[in-house]
Design a protein around this ligand. Sequence first.
Ligand SMILES: Nc1ncnc2c1ncn2[C@@H]1O[C@H](COP(=O)(O)OP(=O)(O)OP(=O)(O)O)[C@@H](O)[C@H]1O
Length: 209
Amino acid sequence: MSWQADTLACQRGGRVLLAGLSLRLAKGQVLILRGPNGVGKTTLLRTLAGLQPAAGGTLNWPADDMAYASHADGIKATLSARENLAFWAGIYGAGDPENALETFGLTPLAGRAAGTLSAGQRRRLGLARLVLSHRPVWLCDEPTVSLDAEHTEVFANAVRAHCAKGGAAVLATHIDLGLTGETLDLTPFAAAAAQATQTETPGFDEAFL
Ligand SMILES: Nc1ncnc2c1ncn2[C@@H]1O[C@H](COP(=O)(O)OP(=O)(O)OP(=O)(O)O)[C@@H](O)[C@H]1O
């Protein structure tokens, strides 16, 4: 099984930010997205997750295969860590909250209201949803923000284990997680989008007459 995008264009706020992007993700593969702030990493992940339509190109990338860990952890502050994962297990229709808690070292905190967790603990709870989901493709946006070195390694190991079982992952990150995988710099695709936009800009006559 593989997931494929051909000559994809992605937009945010009505602007096409990326154009001409083709990629293929195979089982077992890790793809690292790189590029400066604002280049469009989140925008691409949101498009691949099916949260927004592509602005062009074709996507053979079923949304039901995706588990998306965004900047927002999708955590309900008044529920305990365990209750949060039980909620998400219900949404995904699968998954073992206890295993997910254990994987991210959250078992001792399982009964705590999520709103009382530290930033790094909350992030670990957000990432635990990935393990729970049993979905083949993990899409992660800056997954290790707020994580200490130990839990950055826990996350990297979770990705390795997921891929070893036939999963795959697309990770937007500015740091080196020590994962074996391909790197995709989005800068040329942002330049292609900017170029296309310039070409489409109306000339003086069209704009003012
Ligand atoms: N809701 C929005 N409405 C309009 N523009 C937006 C919106 N969200 C983001 N943008 C803009 O879209 C562009 C791409 O943003 P995006 O979040 O995809 O970048 P990124 O590569 O993930 O950046 P970072 O490395 O800072 O996380 C930026 O210029 C940003 O300001």
